[in-house]
Ligand binder design. Structure first.
Ligand code: GUN
Ligand code: FE
Length: 421
């Protein structure tokens, strides 16, 4: 890769959690896909490199979607009068079952990948379905977009109808191993992630088998945790030996290493302590949490406790695959929680929600989400003429960007230095 620069108005959160605003600047990507810094003039070492002129555009780090379900793409907007458990059985499982048909999967996943490619997202952590072939098709289509992603074949061998449930733990583990063998080394930018759906849908034998595969293939893991009170009660009944829902995952090592748990709304003090000790990532999915009537995760508290948090769209619990909506939803949820709860400290700011979408989720992928030397060069250029007015300074344009931007405003995009748009 040859080094290059983008010229425009750069904005990012630095490592000290300060918003950096650099109008009319050069963001440089070195020959290894990493950021070399943002400069007012091109440094001598980079004189003569190619410069993409994005004058007048905002340039921000790509957004990281830390949790979403590709196999629920067609269901966006359906069943929003259901609680989680009924929503899964009445809407989600019947839809996911259709991915047994590879032609159907190719059509739906093609549209899912195209929408992700066009918007703010440069990286995503994705649930597919329980079907190996369809999951491989999703990986192939995501690889073609140039985005960077983790994709999981979903595991479930209990508490689901026969038409979607894997017959038993042994065959689920064997099929997951077959999938991992097929995926191994197949793509440069798309990687497998171990995906036990959630504790209620996985027997102890399955979790144990997956833990062995995880060790063998050195995989990250994704699942759901503490989304609704009824679900938590169900886990308590299913796992009397574990002191908490988080502890039920921890028995198998699923909070450690690289692990992301979606939702985490109702965590006890013990669970927070455990997640902190294990450096588990939280995928905060405020849109989904409103639609499925799950609640509001106390993200301000989690950040104060030092937990790692990013944002997820969680379609089709969530009703938008656009991460710009996730940022706004996170802001709205935090403000409402602050209003409604006497003991909740200050709500999140726009800058903090922007930080969750970029550096917060980016940390799951390594050094990602900031325009700082050594960080991977993920960048999105945004045309803000729809809402900016002459005389607006960059700070004003940033505030307006948070509330106005949608995926159609994205005009250029790079992930790890590779041009996507
Ligand atoms: N818990 C288990 N599966 C799911 C799912 O598909 N979506 C959500 N929101 N929660 C889940
Ligand atoms: Fe989910």
């Amino acid at each position: 890769m040859k080094p290059f620069a983008l010229y425009g108005d750069h904005i990012w959160m630095d490592t000290d959690s300060a918003l950096q605003l650099m109008p009319e600047s050069f963001g440089i990507c070195d020959g290894s896909g990493r950021c070399a810094g943002v400069f007012k003039t091109l440094p001598r070492a980079f004189e003569g490199i190619s410069v993409r002129d994005l004058r007048g555009h905002l340039i921000v780090p790509g957004y990281i979607d830390l949790h979403t379900h590709a196999a629920q793409y067609r269901n966006i907007g359906l069943g929003m009068d259901h609680q989680l458990i009924d929503w899964l059985s009445d809407l989600t499982y019947p839809e996911e079952a259709r991915f047994a048909d590879p032609a159907f999967a190719r059509t739906v996943y093609g549209r899912f990948a195209a929408e992700l490619k066009a918007g703010f997202t440069t990286r995503a952590v994705i649930f597919a379905s329980a079907h190996t072939e369809a999951t491989s098709i999703l990986a192939e289509l995501m690889e073609e977009t140039g985005l960077i992603s983790y994709i999981g074949r979903v595991n479930m061998d209990r508490s689901a109808p026969d038409y979607i449930r894997e017959p038993d733990a042994a065959s689920a583990v064997a099929e997951t191993a077959r999938w991992l063998e097929a995926e191994s080394g197949r793509h440069a930018r798309t990687h497998p992630i171990l995906t036990p759906r959630f504790i209620p849908s996985c027997t102890p034998d399955l979790l144990e088998g997956l833990a062995c595969l995880r060790e063998q293939y050195r995989l990250p893991v994704q699942s759901h945790l503490d989304e609704q009170p009824e679900e938590i009660e169900w886990v308590r009944e299913l796992c009397p030996e574990s002191v908490s829902y988080a502890a039920a995952y921890d028995r198998y090592g699923f909070l450690s290493g690289r692990s992301v748990m979606a939702h985490c709304i109702y965590m006890t003090d013990d669970e927070i302590g455990l997640m902190k000790e294990r450096s588990t990532f939280i995928a905060h999915c405020p849109g989904s949490n409103a639609n499925v009537r799950s609640g509001i995760a106390p993200i301000r508290r989690y950040l104060g406790e030092g937990l790692s948090v990013g944002l997820g769209t969680d379609i089709s619990g969530g009703s938008s695959l656009d991460m710009a909506d996730a940022v706004r939803d996170a802001l709205a949820a935090s403000r409402l929680l602050w209003r409604l709860s006497d003991d909740h400290p200050k709500h999140l700011s726009a800058q903090e929600c922007f930080s969750l979408a970029t550096a917060g989720g980016g940390a799951f992928f390594g050094r990602v989400g900031r325009f700082e030397p050594g960080y991977e060069f993920d960048a999105v250029a945004v045309d803000d003429t729809r809402w900016a007015w002459p005389g607006d300074d960059l700070s004003t344009r940033f505030e307006k960007f948070i509330y106005n931007a949608r995926s159609g405003d994205v005009k250029a995009k790079y992930a790890a230095g590779t041009q996507i748009l």
